[in-house]
Design a binder for this molecule. Sequence first.
Ligand code: ATP
Ligand code: MG
Length: 433
Amino acid sequence: MPTSEDFTVKTLGECRFPSPLNFPEELYVSEHTRIRFAAEIPNEIGSDEELAFEKAGPRKNIFFDPNETKAAIVTCGGISPGLNDVIRSIVMQMYYKYGVKNLLGIRFGYKGLNPANWLEPIKLTPNDVERIHELGGTVLGSSRGHEAPEVMVDTLEKLHINVLFCIGGDGTLRGADVIWQEVERRGLPISIIGIPKTIDNDIGYVAKTFGFDTAVAEARHALQCAHVEAKGAQNGIGLVKVMGRDSGFIAAHATLANLDVNFTLIPEVAFDLHGKGGFLDALEQRIRKRHHAVIIVAEGAGQEFFQEDARKDASGNILHNDIGILLRDEIQTYFKTKNIPITLKYIDPSYIIRSVAANASDSIFCAHLGRYAVHAAMAGRTDMLVGRWHDEFTHVPIPITVSTRKKISTSSALWLSVLESTGQPVSLKSVGC
Ligand code: ATP
Ligand code: MG
């Protein structure tokens, strides 16, 4: 269990400069305002200390003198809808609200912080970012793979950067933490602020990450197509694979958004393919009864069916075997053996989903995240990310967030809704013949 110390956000020092924002008093967030971690009241009185996040927002006094501040933005890991919205928001907020005109974009992730890669940072002004929110991907480029923290901090020092905004997933945040440790070791007043990006929505202590809403909307579209295909053929089966390496949030939410899905397979819930009560048996029951079916599977589901050794990407992430292809082949073989004719259409929209521009809801969210990240940085916070909790924006220390991964609990209201919506058996584990 975390302690209140784990929720304590690091600061670079005393906030000596008055904020240039000129807001009325009530718009500033007091240094003492907290957002409760637990929504439920603990049932054992006195059993828990009250854990709470620092509330995000503008502070009346800030740590950095805007005239002397230089900030840089880096985007790492896989692309996700909304990256450009966050970049735009940070630049606009820094430039127009805090008067920080010295802004740099680091090219191609942490690689751009190693001079050996010959990737010169680019200057960012409002003119450069004005329309980028209309584009998918990241205008700065991204990458995977480790760079030495000493080299990256040398670059920050050489470029006189005071604030580094790191936009990315769990790996990027681990990288940001490592950069901070080197900054701290050297005793430098450099703020390292994370903005959590992952369409999988699996960052711990953060209710929602940007890109997720857009991913769900796009996945829903794929499910609609799969349903049309399934209904258009006798014994039609539409199979859709979506992202979700370790957590099935996209699959679960897309199921609830679409309502035509009959089976939702996620990494958190193990299932059997064969045997009575297993997935193929349950699918056969469904086909016999209704003559069509829609299945959604998250990429990390059913990995235990593969024999091969796990491969890794440049950042050390495990590359999963393709569960979509395996299911497609297993379903076809199963029904052939049973002499039941089916028409199966397999749709894998993964890269289409992540490369689109943010939808309206993500754009709003990203703009907020960018602004709150700037407030936090200017107030001298460091080694933290901007989170969302109980409908509020929060400061979350990076170490606590990378210590865990958010997953769907099978006892949650979300999973209950999925079971109710799909009508799939609570367990797809075989009971034996
Ligand atoms: P996503 O998984 O959503 O695509 P990510 O941020 O997790 O995004 P990664 O490729 O895992 O993507 O990591 C992004 C960057 O962070 C890479 O340059 C990687 O080398 C670096 N990184 C990852 N883990 C660490 C770590 N433990 N220490 C230092 N740097 C790390
Ligand atoms: Mg990751």
